[in-house]
Design a protein around this ligand. Sequence first.
Ligand code: NI
Ligand code: MN
Length: 226
Amino acid sequence: MNITYYGHSCFGVEINGKHLLFDPFITPNELANFIDVDLVRADYILISHGHEDHIADAESIAKRTGAKVLCCPEIAAWLEKKGVENIRPMNIGGKIKFDFGSIKCVVAQHSSSLPDGSYGGNPMGFVIESSEKNFYYAGDTALTYDMKLIGDYRNIDFAFLPIGNNYTMGVDNAIIACDFIKCNQIIGMHYDTFGHIMIDQDEAVSKFENSGKALTLFEIGSTRKI
Ligand code: NI
Ligand code: MN
């Protein structure tokens, strides 16, 4: 499974030859301005919630690639109005099988509105199951007891968790989240992109290490095999 980091909470994950793109926010991100957004591949675009820092490039990438967009019905309606055609609206609790594996939508404790102020429905996270690996993409969320359901539900091989604090949980709560989801292999996201979410990366990594867990922080633009 190849994972590419496009900055902030945006990752590309290649599963069984299909490209999943999570929370596309590339062109407005000064840290990611060297990435050519027209080269970003996507067969599926998953959107956790409507905030600008998760949806900014969704419309353009969806139109260019024809990727299927997975999001809540409120965001689906908003994107449809913009002319995005290939959308699968889902909501929390839903689980659907696709050609690469399955997507289950799970609770995220956050808020959601779209960049123009429209109602964005409820924020969510995703549990992805596949013949390669299972993982959890948390989106923007606080630590929540609902994460225990994920730990009981499936064996999670690794998870994308927000660690930037302020708008989401920070490092200390993400370490507790590991115990809830029963997964100690974490890829950090939603940190250092703008004010209020700057972190000390070395300190974050050693805090995880001291708790017997592993935090991986990707360089923007890099790809790793997991
Ligand atoms: Ni948000
Ligand atoms: Mn955010």
